[in-house]
Design a protein around this ligand. Structure first.
Ligand code: 7RM
Length: 633
């Protein structure tokens, strides 16, 4: 059966079928993949005890579905087109056959160093082909990859390594980011001082940055790869065997290791990739995310490669050497589908349309948006100046936990509306609940976005903490998956995401927990207490506003400000640096000792005319003091 949606009535038809009989619907879609042994049952779930299983007893290997299954058809077709940070450096194109050989070789390297099915391997790598090769090699031998975005600090890297007890780390000597070279191997060295589980580090030579190679531990990628066979037989995986762990921030505590398993993730990322972007054979598809985020996993690597697509991978940043770089690349490779984040669009918007007009962009057919709400102004700019009014925009709402796209237009099929993620993908049953858990039926309602029925690529657990998974996503509204986002269903039944309803902030499409940032700030020896909230930021979507109680004796605000920002950068990474630090005498607290963030959010947004009910505050006078200290600035 072809699973391609081609018309709006076809979409409604498939949606209906998927809801009436999900077993039959997903079975038909999964049949398009290659299974070594077929599943005996499509899905079994219990959101109350938290057990979710898809394609039960199915046996497969996801890389066999990328390579062996496709080689006869796509062998010489480009799988990955890689564009370097420096526009003058020659790029690399790997055909499906060439990529397959590299993946087999690196699989053999992993095996040679004792990595077995189920072992965890951390990737802390730049956007280079070796990162894709490493991911796929892990999947091929059944090792569980956990990619840590290479902008995270040594401290964050160490926490993740220790949380999943990783045996190996894959990295590079350095990382090119625009005009900068970041010494990533040094960060790994620093992190490993706190980790005992890792016994091998494999290093790709990328920037020729000087590094120290520790005897019996550190190995060069190019040396390792030259000594192994290019034949590798893929490991047999159960549908529910772990494929990867990806850490993400929540409203409390340390980042959580979101677990995705093999069969369901494969079926869902392929299906959504093909449909949302309406990929046709021969098209060149480009997603600008980093593989350190879920978007990179599902829609640079797995979804596109499972679909036999040509996927472009870009090492650099949108503004290097200038603000026309994205558009230059679109023209250079005749990109047909382009998928990016609103923050990138807004940042480029500030450079005006000159850099855009230098390029034709005639190859573009579909534009995508992901990571945060896209404001109407950015939507129109993207639509008019990049898409020249002829490319549909797919505003795709989903999460690390959902594994794949949940709400989105189907390109060219679903009529779009600025800032709306429009309608659910087939198989997805969104419901809107009020704060008491009552379902809001019908149109023109808003509330908490929950999902009522499981879908193949959903989170299975949090690594090492199943209870936390249940508590975070399935306990607030029993029987549902709770996304943490607010949503509106308008008069046409279209969905618009309103943003997080919890203490997660979204800075340039990157998720951060307010508690995480507070913990980092509190590490400064002079800090007594802090409270962090998000505020509307023109480019980043949300900025970070920190209220800090600090011992200021003999110290200037300016120097403390710098030190605290540095502290956060060291503890988490530069992306978590507060935009504004405000030193305050105290924080507004309820009688039970909880910080009233609602009030702090309003002050950060400069909206102090109506602060709502402050009568439950233990210390209402502090609100005035904080407002005064803002005005003084
Ligand atoms: C894919 C990804 C998830 C959070 C999510 C939302 C926000 C993502 C959209 C969006 C409005 C969108 N995973 N979000 N996509 N908000 N419209 N199209 O970003 O785990 O890193 O973040 O991002 O708040 O809960 S993520």
């Amino acid at each position: 059966m072809s699973s391609k949606i081609e018309t709006l009535s076809g979409y409604f038809h498939d949606y209906q079928k998927s809801i009436v009989n999900p077993h039959r619907f997903w079975s038909r879609i999964a049949e398009n993949s290659h299974w070594r042994e077929k599943w005996t049952k499509v899905v079994e779930h219990d959101f109350k005890k938290l057990s979710i299983k898809w394609f039960i007893d199915g046996k497969l290997n996801i890389t066999e579905n990328i390579f062996e299954k496709n080689l006869f058809i796509f062998g010489d077709k480009p799988a990955i087109i890689w564009e370097a940070n420096d526009p003058n450096e020659k790029g690399v194109t790997l055909s499906y056959r060439e990529l397959f050989i590299e993946v087999c070789k690196f699989s053999n390297v992993l095996l040679k160093h004792g990595i077995k099915k189920g072992d965890r391997v951390i990737l802390y790598m730049p956007m280079i082909p070796e990162a894709a090769i490493a991911m796929l090699a892990c999947a091929r031998i059944g090792a569980v990859h956990s990619i840590v975005f290479a902008g995270f600090s040594a401290q964050s890297l160490a926490e993740r390594i220790n949380d999943c007890d990783a045996k190996m780390v894959l990295t590079s000597d350095g990382n090119y980011r625009g005009a900068k070279v970041i010494p990533v191997k040094d960060v790994v060295d620093e992190a490993l001082k706190q980790c005992s589980s890792v016994n091998k580090v494999i290093v790709v030579k990328r920037t020729k940055t000087e590094v120290t190679m520790k005897a019996h531990q550190d190995l060069w990628w190019h040396e390792e790869i030259s000594e192994v066979s290019d034949v590798n037989i893929a490991e047999t995986m159960d549908s529910e065997d772990l494929l990867f762990i990806l850490y993400t921030s929540g409203s409390t505590g340390k980042p959580k290791g979101v677990v995705h398993t093999t069969g369901g993730y494969m079926v869902y990322t392929k299906y959504t990739f093909e449909n949302v972007f309406q990929y046709s054979q021969g098209d060149v598809y480009w997603c600008t995310a980093d593989i350190g985020w879920i978007t990179g996993h599902s829609y640079i690597i797995y979804g596109p490669l499972l679909a036999g697509a040509t996927t472009l991978m870009f090492e650099g940043i949108p503004t290097y050497p200038d603000a026309g770089r994205f558009w230059e690349i679109v023209d250079k490779y005749k990109v047909n589908q382009f998928y990016t984040a609103p923050t990138a669009i807004r940042a480029l918007q500030t450079h005006g349309i000159e850099p855009v007009l230098k390029h034709s962009l005639a190859s573009l057919k579909v534009l995508g948006s992901v990571g945060e709400p896209i404001n109407e102004e950015a939507w129109h700019w993207y639509h008019d100046h990049i898409g020249k009014g002829r490319c549909p925009i797919v505003d795709t709402w989903w999460q690390t936990e959902t594994g794949g796209i949940m709400l989105s237009p189907i390109a060219g099929v679903t009529p779009t509306k600025p800032a709306y993620a429009t309608l659910p993908m087939p198989g997805i049953l969104p419901v809107i609940l009020d704060n008491d858990g009552v379902e809001l039926i019908g149109n023109s309602v808003e509330g908490n976005l929950c999902i009522q029925f499981p879908w193949p690529s959903m989170i299975r657990t949090i690594y090492g903490d199943h209870k936390r998974c249940f508590e975070t996503y399935f306990s607030q509204f029993p029987g549902y998956y709770f996304s943490g986002d607010g949503v509106k269903r308008d008069e046409d039944g279209y969905y618009r995401i309103l943003g997080r309803v919890d203490d997660v902030i979204n800075v340039s499409g990157h998720r951060l927990g307010t508690a995480e940032v507070e913990n980092a700030i509190n590490e400064h020896p002079l800090v007594v207490e802090s409270a962090v909230v998000g505020f509307a930021h023109d480019i980043k979507g949300q900025g970070i506003y920190a209220y800090v109680i600090c011992d200021m004796t003999n110290r200037s605000e300016a120097s403390l400000n710098l030190e605290i920002r540095e502290m956060v950068s060291n503890m988490i990474g530069p992306l978590a640096k507060p935009d504004i630090i405000q030193f305050v005498p105290d924080l507004p607290k309820t009688r039970s000792g909880k910080i009233m963030r609602r009030i702090l959010r309003k002050i950060a947004e400069n909206d102090t005319s109506n602060l709502g009910d402050t009568s439950t505050l233990l210390n209402p006078e502090v609100v005035d003091a904080i407002i005064k200290s803002v005005n003084k600035k």
